[in-house]
Ligand binder design. Structure first.
Ligand code: NAP
Ligand code: ZN
Length: 347
């Protein structure tokens, strides 16, 4: 066991505070990573505040992790000491089921192990990236291409793949019209990725406050959803709508923006159930779907695609002690567009 510094939630309502956690010994297939940066995802906030159900405290969150390999287990073949690596939302899966065999570990039929607040193979609760170091099975360690700035790349490990995976799955590209709902941490990376894939990209944000940014990041169009005219003008327009909003929406409004055979993919995860008008789906063979971040192969493909297309998230670097203020700013959509914690400040 090794003790590392971290920031932990101690209850659903208290601020996060400095803590120490134990990392397991490096097993034969494990990689010890010295964390350099950790992104701050809205899921971290949902989790520590118990919005997705009760969790055990203290809990360290963070599933957008990048750093360098510090040690490898005796049987590790895929990573070497000094490599630039990343860890995303999963740190384990059965490795044997049909989904794992296809590289869709996120859909492991026995349930994957989440990087934080999950149950590890040894029965302990996993502790995430707001810390100095982490030990992860080599299968869940991604290679971060040299050309991607380590200080900015971390959010690709969750936000990036969460958008890239559905864009690939529903074949976004030249000739397809894609709408991204919500210009936040997920949404802004989605704009860059969809644009690089060649799709015609529209942002649907509550207001036009971030329009200039959206167009700069690669959007072709930008509309405010607080304007009722938006929903009239864009009716039947999109092949694919990716909804990244963290709060409840009237999904029917968005279903009506789908073309025949179009798909609305729910990525943002509010806790309330979703009600949808069946007739609007039936009459236009529209689909409503969900999508979880992504398996290991698509995550690596996304990192390599970002290197090739020079795509990095827009980030604001913070010290660990700023985390509670950062959470409040995420909740008020006052971040352009992702906080990244400098892991040196966990010292
Ligand atoms: P974020 O940075 O807070 O962005 C969410 C965006 O949603 C905001 O920027 C805002 O966009 C919009 N929004 C926020 N509150 C709203 C409201 N009350 N009504 C309408 N729009 C609102 O969060 P994030 O990190 O991108 O995460 C977004 C959601 O995705 C969270 O629920 C997170 O847990 C979930 N998530 C899911 C997966 C997955 O695997 N499917 C992975 C990661 C995260 P505008 O200001 O442009 O309107
Ligand atoms: Zn996330």
């Amino acid at each position: 066991m090794r003790t590392v510094n971290a920031y932990a939630a101690v209850s659903a309502t208290d601020p996060l505070e400095p803590a120490t956690i134990e990392r397991r010994e490096v097993g034969p297939h494990d990689v010890l990573i010295d964390i350099a940066y950790a992104g701050v995802c809205h899921s971290d906030i949902h989790t520590v505040r118990g919005e997705w159900g009760p969790i055990a405290y203290p809990q360290v969150v963070g599933h957008e992790i990048v750093g360098h390999v510090a040690e490898v287990g005796s049987a590790v073949t895929t990573h070497q000491v000094g490599d630039r690596v990343g860890v995303g939302c999963q740190s384990g899966s059965c490795g044997e089921c049909e989904q794992c065999a296809k590289g869709e570990e996120v859909y492991c039929l026995k349930g994957n192990t989440q990087t934080y607040a999950g149950v590890d193979a040894d029965g302990t609760i996993t502790q995430g990236g707001y810390s100095q170091a982490i030990v992860v099975n080599e299968r869940f360690v991604l290679k971060v291409p040299e050309s991607l700035d380590l200080a900015k790349v971390a959010p690709l490990l969750c936000a990036g793949v969460t958008l890239f995976s559905p864009l690939k799955h529903w074949k976004a590209g030249p000739g397809t019209k894609v709408a991204i709902v919500g210009m936040g941490g997920l949404g802004h990376v989605g704009v860059k990725l969809a644009h690089a894939l060649g799709a015609e990209v529209t942002v649907l944000s509550r207001t036009l406050a971030k329009q200039e940014d959206g167009l700069k990041l690669g959007a072709d169009h930008y509309y405010a959803t607080n304007e009722p005219a938006t929903f009239e003008k864009l009716a039947g327009e999109f092949d694919l709508i990716l909804n990244t909003v963290s709060a409840q929406l009237d999904y029917n409004q968005y279903v009506n923006l789908l073309a025949v055979d179009g798909t609305l993919v729910i990525l943002g995860a509010p806790s309330e159930p979703v009600a949808v008008d069946a007739i609007s789906l039936i009459a236009n063979r529209r689909s409503i779907a969900g999508s979880a971040n992504g398996g290991i192969p698509v995550t690596q493909e996304m990192l390599d695609f970002c290197a090739e297309h020079n795509i990095l998230p827009e980030t604001e670097q913070i010290n660990a002690a700023y985390i509670n203020e950062a959470y409040e700013r995420v909740l008020s959509s006052d971040v352009r567009y992702r906080f990244v914690i400098d892991a040196k400040t966990f010292a």
